[in-house]
Design a protein around this ligand. Structure first.
Ligand code: MF3
Ligand code: CO
Length: 252
């Protein structure tokens, strides 16, 4: 069942989303050679708490941290640890916050120092695929129009989209209906309606789409060891088109 949100609920979700947006902005300059992913996690937990919110991932199905930090061939759900980031790495940073029981969720893949142009392009294409997916969030479109657009764009560069993880509805739970795959035929699945809120999160591998899970039972890595990027926004479907709730609101 897909829950459409009232204006009042939307205000809470927007608040949670803006905390995540501000957090990711503050993390960006901290992502540099020598910093550990655990240090980033520590900063994130403090930041969310100081903002009067709660981390959304910590404790979710036993997940142990505030952030997911997924380095290089890690796709998603990397657990922050003592690994020191190195020049040329990329790190996917995924963050969620809860305000008065409403959730916000977003992710960015950051370069660490200077990265090679091939990987730079992977980040750019993944970011652009998210923007194209977001543009499909209009009343009357169907859920699969989002993933179709993302997949078509990503594959035109010879990259692949991950199938084993998908985006999701979000509201008073981190994961609500509907599932939002980053692939598929257009014109399938539920129709988009005013008040729906979706977390759209393309995961793009440089080579094949297959992933495997490490023995920590969380970290998903590419099966072929190729680099992977992940960007995510929480997006509301409004009568005026998509509202990207995790886009930093400079007026606020
Ligand atoms: N953005 C991811 C998701 O929506 C992050 C979840 S991490 C978890 O699934 F630990 F909470 F599972
Ligand atoms: Co998500």
């Amino acid at each position: 069942m897909i829950i459409c949100k009232s204006q009042k609920e939307m205000t809470k979700i927007r608040e949670a989303c803006q905390i995540v947006a501000r957090l990711l902005k503050e993390l960006r300059p901290l992502v540099r050679p020598g910093v550990t992913t655990k240090e980033l996690d520590r900063f994130a937990e403090d930041f969310i708490q100081r903002a009067g919110a709660r981390p959304a991932f910590k404790g979710y199905r036993g997940y142990p941290a505030t952030l997911c930090t997924s380095v290089n061939e890690a796709v998603v759900h990397g657990i922050p640890n003592d690994y020191k980031l190195r020049e040329g790495d990329i790190v996917g940073v995924d963050a969620g916050a809860i305000v008065d029981s409403y959730y916000g969720d977003a992710a960015v893949t950051f370069p660490v120092g200077t990265i090679v142009p091939e990987v730079e392009r992977l980040l750019q294409v993944t970011r652009e695929s998210l923007e194209l997916g977001i543009q499909q969030v209009r009343v009357g479109n169907r859920v699969s129009d989002i993933g179709h657009r993302i997949q078509k764009y990503v594959q035109s560069f010879g990259y692949s989209v991950v199938r084993d993880f998908v985006g999701h509805g979000i509201g008073q739970a981190l994961h609500e209906d509907p599932q939002v795959p980053n692939f598929g035929e257009p014109g399938r699945g539920p129709r988009l309606r005013e008040g729906m809120v979706l977390a759209i999160e393309p995961m793009v591998n440089m080579k094949g789409p297959e992933v495997r899970i490490l023995s920590d039972r969380w970290t998903a890595v590419t099966a072929d060891g190729s680099y992977s990027a992940h960007f995510e926004h929480t997006v509301a479907c409004t009568s005026n088109g998509p509202e990207v709730l995790t886009r930093l609101d400079h007026g606020a």
